[in-house]
Design a protein around this ligand. Sequence first.
Ligand code: HSE
Length: 444
Amino acid sequence: MSVDTLTISKPVLVGILGLGTVGGGTAEVLQKNSVEIARRAGRSIEIVAASVRDINKKRPAVLDNVKLTLDSNEIVDDPNIDIVLELIGGTELAKDLVLRAIENGKHIVTANKALIALHGNEIFAAAQRKGVTVAFEAAVAGGIPIIKAIREGLAGNQIEWLAGIINGTGNFILTEMRDKGRDFEDVLKEAQQLGYAEADPTFDVEGIDAAHKLTILASIAFGVPLQFEKVYTEGISNITSEDVEYASELGYRIKHLGIARRVDSGLEMRVHPTLIPHRRLIANVDGVMNAVLVRADAVGSTLYYGPGAGAQPTASAVVADLVDVVRALTTDPGNRVPHLAFQPDAIQDIEMLSINEAETAFYLRMQVRDQAGVLADITRLFADQNISIEAIVQKEQKDDQGCVPLVILTHNVLESNMIAAIEKIENLSSVTGKVIRIRLETLG
Ligand code: HSE
């Protein structure tokens, strides 16, 4: 097919639900790279209509020829539209519109991680019945083609585990706290101004956004149904600059990781702050950047790095999905890449393990009286729970009760054993306040 033939074939028509930053970025990328995109897709791709909340809002010139409407149903019901790009966000309205578009035989491209994590099983089943595709590369880690890498590039492997920095806002906050000693609230405000944070920033800092993304990654890595409700989720709002500093002195960085790991007894899915050795490449992923480390049996470890948010990086993933969908328009639906990497009838229910069943090492910090026998009491309680200690550091600075910080690193231990030990340690008269605990992964 020559470039001339491409220019005369009928363009593929796209309608957008919700025309914000990503919609504008997508229109810019489609225009800027139109020739390259048409050469790859085999046809040109044109945005013809978009639903918006405010028709009169000033928009970039690239959207001048896009018909605007206040009624999203006009987009999903328009018989001329081949692909609906869902950028409305949220889960309820987006789900209704996506299901209606699928019923109307339209293919979907979405950047909506919450929609896929919460309602993906139902949406993919509906899409399969209608023989249409729902593409969602932009839902995880912004511009990094991580869905394609796991779903297609690693298809010959058994995946053992993956660990990702998959929330740019959280990573930006932890990086600024470490590098500039800034406090949490101050950095969060800046992330909101820069447009990285979710509409509700607690989704970023409490790990919900990362849990949405981890749900999707775990599903395509292990061939399990999407199960957001099974992800253990802990945020970063309790991380103090003290812990960031002590971790650093011990050779670790604190990162907010999403981890999915296949073990003999089932599958762990957890999002929590994690100490990782500073020499690991992923420990050096800073600012708003994202990275996902995947350990698979044949290839070993592979690391995927890039911008996790922003208009053009997210548009890069959206346009790649549009190209994929255009290429697949003329293929037999049964022969397309399955939505969740595994054939729908081969998706398996693997037991999801609770956090109590996870095995990790720990960083612990507690305030203790500086007197004889304190360490002996604490180490005895650890021994009772079969917990082996890797390192102990006692700091010098005394608080107003005359207590000093004690920092302990442990070897791998079952979470339930650690909880039991901490409960007893907190009851010792020589220990004041709560024991701070942060999980530690060597990712080796
Ligand atoms: N709020 C998200 C983040 C945006 O900070 O990573 C991209 O999903």
